[in-house]
Every structure is written in structure tokens, then in C-alpha cells.
Design a protein around this ligand. Sequence first.
Ligand code: OOG
Ligand code: NI
Length: 462
Amino acid sequence: MAVLKQWELRAAFAQRLSTMYGTEVPSYTTLVEVSHEVNRDLLAKDAAQAQRLGSIGRVTAERHGAIRVGTPEELRQVGQIFAGLGMHPVGFYDLREAAVSAVPVVSTAFRPIEEEELALNPFRVFTSLLTPSDRRFFDADLQHRLETFLSRRSLFPAELIRLAERAESERQLGKTDAERFLELAVRSFELSHEPVDRGWYAELERISGVAADIGGVTTTHINHLTPRVLDIDELYERMQRRGITMIDDIQGPPRWDGPDVLLRQTSFRALAEPRRFREADGSVSEGALRVRFGEVEARGIALTPEGRATYDKLVTEVDALRKEKGCSRADVAAEVWGECFPRSEQELAGRDLAYFTFAVDAGRRGTPPTTVPELLDQGWVRAEPIVYEDFLPRSAAGIFQSNLTGYGSKDLTQHATDLDSQWMSGVLERNLHDPYDLYAQQRERSLQTVSRELGTQVTATC
Ligand code: OOG
Ligand code: NI
């Protein structure tokens, strides 16, 4: 009997979600079109450079989704569904801290973690969990009402969970089961036509638009689906030319002529969508909500902890200078980066600021040196960049915020509830992977091969 392997399930899920979301949010389709145009143009100009951080096949199909859930149990179920698709939780993001306005969620990202799986299909989903216990946002009474409301809803049918468990343990599904699994999974993330309780939604919205989007309704939905583009500045301009107003900024590293690192993202607010409301008197009326948006991203090289510390330092510096000089972030950032950030992949690799895999370059004879910087310098090995597969808390907060209408309310005299990666791992009943470990392991495997081939023990640094 024909079967679909996990990666085929994942690719099919991403594809169907994309089709579904395109019918719900038409400007998403425009965004995908423009991204593909930009990618095609870059490929025509310089195919090798355009594919330095992934084959055009991978980049064209590449998406990340964003979803938001309300309870630990819902998050655990989401973890089960994604495990069936070969996607595992990586990283912990505390957006309560990263955002200036009220964003009461903590998040992780589900994604493939093995090189081969990422190359087959890298679909990832940024997943946020509401934090009703956090007193800075919700008082005891509202926490109680919110948790009661959430405990009454059921987002994922039992049949979907059972199929996901099978897909996880067998790493594949027969064709008929696969079809059912995909159908139920995609349906769980469609926008519902159930009337929204207007009073309840409005009460939560006064605290945070995100809280209302999660806890004000009885279902969940995909919030956005993000294509990957090879030149985000070019895309930004082309979208503006088509009359779509983008947010003011591109989040993440600035535009500059050095290597692309980490992640650059930008977005636009999608149109208001018609929704039905239940009024206080029980009648149902037509209305609209504007909670979803279009986002696009360009990915760069993954940074090591030291590289990331340098990046974070530059972010702070740019902020300070910008306040002092009063000019745009982009201008200040390009200047600061030009002075302080390594200008070449060679330098990033040599100073151990970014992750690469290494391969022996044929043709050298004699006794090789034993450290990566020397091997690179003397042409014994080639370095291939490892692409950043994760997210940035500050950018994520920026994306959340720039699409909210108001600041919401946050009582800073209250204490935060302690929710960390260990807590989230417990909720998921799964190992929560550390992104740095995954990149380091990938580099280490390549170094082992290099060591074997050169007949010497090679280390990453001097
Ligand atoms: C998630 C926002 C974060 C990203 O790409 O950083 C995000 C959300 O709006 O639910 O998607
Ligand atoms: Ni996103």
C-alpha cells in the first residue's frame, strides 16, 4: 500500500495550509507571488550566490506559520500533531518580556531538527501560549473566567490526535490515513464562522489584542504564513509599489553589504475580515476583526553564542545612537554594522561567530594544521554556512506589536509568573531542544568527517 513519509506529510500539510490561507487572506497570495518574482530575478542574476543559503527548491516551498493557543493541554496536543509531521519544539521565547505593549504569551517553534529533514522540507510553526496566570495582565477573577472559558473548548478532535500518534511512532501513514490526518489538521486551523461573544472579546481586548484573539473565541486559526525571500529590501519596495502598506521597519539586522545573518522580517496588516458577533441580548450581528497579517522573511547564517552576543550588543548600540542622533534605525544600523560586524563569511568562521559545516577541499598535500581558522586560511577546507532556522524574540515582539491597535494594559507593579523552557518542556511532555545545541552538533558532525579524511583531530577554534 502506498504510504506518505513524515516529510511528505509535512510538505503536504504546509502546501494545503498555504492554499487554505490564500483563500482566507488574499493579500498573502500577492506576497507569495512577489517573493517568487524577487527570488527568480536573483537566481537569474547569480544562481550560485542566490542558493548559498539553500536550494531554490527549498526556498520557494519554505514557509513558517504562526499559531496561538490558550492552555497547556492545547499546547501539548499541538506538540503531538506536529510530532506526527516530524516537527519538534526548539527554543523558548518570552514575549511578555520582549514586548513593550501587552503581549501575554510564551512561545516555542516546532520544526524539523535533522539536516536531511530540513532539506526535504523545513516547515516551521511559531507557537504561542497564553499566560492567564500572569498578574501583570490578568487579575485573579479574570484568570479564573479565562481558564474556565478555555477549558470548555476543544480545538483538536480525538481522531486527529490518534492519527498524529501513529504518524509519530511509525514515521509515516498509509494513503487513506494520511488524507484524513491532513484534512483534520488543516481544518483545525481554519477561521471559524461561530459567532464571537462581543462583550467577552472586548473585555480581553482592553488588556491585549493577543489575549482576545486567543481567549476570546472558541477555536484557533493560523495567524500568518510567511514565505522566504532572498532580498527583503527589494520585496519591501515592490509591495509598496503594488499599493500594500508595509510596517515602517524591517526587523532584525540592517541592510548592509556584509554576510546575511540570522533573520530579517517585515509585515503588513491584513484587511479586516468579516466575523459574526453575539451581542449581549443574544442576537447575532455581522462585524469585522482585524487580527491577521502578512509577513515575509529573509534568512541568514546562524550565529554562535558569541556571535549572538555581538549582535545583541549592536542592537543596543543602534538604539542608543538613534535616540541621540534622531535619525532612522536603518541609517544608524548600517553605519554601526559597517564598523563593528565581520564583513566576510571567512571572518565569521575564523572568529567562531557563526556556524558553518566544513568539507575537505581536494588537492592539498603535506601535513594539515589542526584548527579550523588555519585550515581555512591555507585552503584545506571549505566552509558552508548553516542557515538560521529559528526566530528572534525582539523581532517576534515587534511583529506582534506593530500589528496591534493599542498598547493594551500591563501592571508593572505585579510580579511575572515564572515560566521558562523547563516549564514548557514539562507542559509538552517532550524535550525542548536548544537551538545552539542543534547547530553545534551539525558543525561537529562535519568536523568529524574532516578529521577522518585528513587523518588528524580538528577543532573549531585555536
Ligand atoms: C507570532 C509572532 C512572531 C515571527 O515570525 O517572529 C512570529 C504571532 O503573531 O503569533 O511569527
Ligand atoms: Ni512570523
